[in-house]
Design a protein around this ligand. Structure first.
Ligand code: 5GP
Length: 189
């Protein structure tokens, strides 16, 4: 058996590729994997739980976190809401020698690479752009203008694949999750 030193794994990829679905699958099937809970100024969607899916904060609270240096990275995503990774829980986890997982956008991943170059960067890719478009429309949680905005972001983000250490194609959620977990050095079941 090989042992992998505990380190940070960053999962990024284009919008609607299924990062959220893969994270949810990690939570359900591999509860031993520690997943960072981001702060966001976006309002909760139905079913989202404070402290589990996100920390839902006001713009003022987010500003304060940025000013205090409390965020490892942060970005305005889709030209709209702000999202960021609280620094302290991640550092505590890594200091304890335990692996940590971030699911963030590409801008955030680039910031983490600048500050933590030893992290492992994983790009979750769609099987094709047509499939990505289908998923984006199929989700039905955004209006037409928002969908267009997200597709435009996705086109730019897809081009970033080569910046990443590992590419995982999200053709099947369980399979993609298992591949991610293995990349983190955790045994799959
Ligand atoms: P959603 O609003 O659909 O939950 O997420 C929108 C986007 O924000 C997704 O691409 C997600 O990966 C990204 N995101 C979530 N949390 C963070 C974070 O802490 N930092 C950054 N940079 N992006 C995040």
């Amino acid at each position: 058996m090989t042992t992998t030193p505990a380190r940070l794994t960053v999962l990024a990829g284009p919008t609607a590729v299924g990062k959220g679905t893969v994270s949810a699958d990690v939570r359900t099937r591999y509860p031993e994997v520690w997943l960072s809970v981001s702060a966001t100024t976006r309002p909760p969607r139905p079913g989202e739980v404070e402290g589990v899916h996100y920390h839902f904060v006001s713009v003022d609270e987010f500003d304060r976190m940025v000013e205090n240096g409390d965020l490892l990275e942060w970005a305005v995503v889709h030209g709209r809401n702000r999202y960021g990774t609280p620094r302290e829980p991640v550092e505590r986890r890594l200091a304890a020698g335990e692996p940590a997982l971030l699911e963030i956008d590409l801008q955030g991943a680039r910031q983490v690479r600048a500050s933590m170059p030893d992290a492992h960067f994983v790009f979750l890719a769609p099987p094709s752009f047509a499939e990505l478009e289908r998923r984006l429309v199929g989700r039905g949680t955004e209006d037409a203008e928002e969908r267009e905005r997200r597709l435009a972001t996705a086109r730019v983000e897809l081009a970033a694949e080569s910046e990443f250490d590992t590419v995982i194609v999200n053709d099947d959620v369980h399979r993609a999750t298992d591949e991610l977990v293995r990349v983190m050095g955790i045994a799959t079941r």
